[in-house]
Design a protein around this ligand. Sequence first.
Ligand code: MTE
Ligand code: MO
Length: 405
Amino acid sequence: SDYSQEPSRHPCLHINAKEPFNAEPPRSALVSSYVTPVELFFKRNHGPIPLVDDIERYCVDISGLIETPKKLYFRDIRMLPKYNVTATLQCAGNRRTAMSITRKVKGVGWDVSAIGNAVWGGAKLADILELIGVPKLTSCTQSGGKHIEFVSVDKCEVEENGGPYKASIPLSQATNPEADVLLAYEMNGEVSNFYLMIIFFPTLGKTRNQTELNKDHGYPLRVIVPGVIGARSVKWLDSINIIAEECQGFFMQKDYKMFPPSVDWGNINWNTRKPQMDFPVQSVICFLEDMQSIKPGKVRISGYAVSGGGRGIERVDVSIDGGKTWMEATRFQKTGIPYIAGGISNDKWAWVLFELTVDIPQSTEIIAKAVDSAANVQPEKVQDIWNLRGILNTSWHRVHVRIGH
Ligand code: MTE
Ligand code: MO
């Protein structure tokens, strides 16, 4: 494979694999702002970054079990109403390294930063499908299409034997405008425009290219499926197929499925499980790395909490005595606006940042666990949710702090 065209990347990223490129920011970058800067957003790839250079000729082929197959050019998609959806993208492999410490798992190792929150700008998939004759809230087309498959431009060397990355979601979700599934062509457009206006004003012409999706994140067009593991948000979209059964690609059928701790590589039967879609409730402490030493006195503990499926965060509990007693942290999204569970102005697909200022008199273990709007709680021990692919590690997050002088 050809890795000679890879884009340049931020030097602060921790590289977990070079080719394909897999990297995450330091923990502190995640709590520095509600919206994660593009350069510090984690990058998860299964092959070289593909080059789409002729935007005029670029188009998405939509076919399969529909009455009127169609080619949509980039300009056709840009003509549809544009939505900005703030959504947290989390890789199912986030926190995999910590899971493999108890018992070995297979997959790229990640610390706690295979996650980021961005403002995705693009057309709603429900609008696109309506444009080609599939009405809103359709769960089955006349010719029996029940799933919508996204096929990428990239080549996944190992998993797909050089074929493209693929995934599917139910048609009912794709045609539901409330599910906010996007074909996105902008990442943090609103946000960077705001900052760039300050920096470059009045040369606003310069801001244009900064807002479009960059190569690492799917230029020129990617799918965003809010509330669902990152693996379904296909980058560098090439075509869309309406199909009867869910996509049969590697990443749907032979990967990203959640197995019980009893299943190992000797007895696995992939057909017994469904592809993972929504991610479970998660929270992580980000203000310091594990085993860091700090000064005694008041400490501001901070981190992120998020749940899948549009379930909001009801509560974040923090312990500074290894889980004997708990305190509730405060949560926020946009700076200055307090987060009210179930509030109408919440970004429903986005994480909350949490914080709690406490006195830490001695070296200890700090723990965080979150509760979502359906009262789901994170599991205490990683052993209980261990699975051979090391996905969905949502066990209580623990950091050890040493008090030094
Ligand atoms: N899309 C393509 N075409 N190729 C990929 O390798 N990786 C998926 C998903 N979409 C992938 C893809 C996975 S596993 C994740 S977690 C997200 O993209 C990561 O998105 P990001 O690199 O923009 O953070
Ligand atoms: Mo992922």
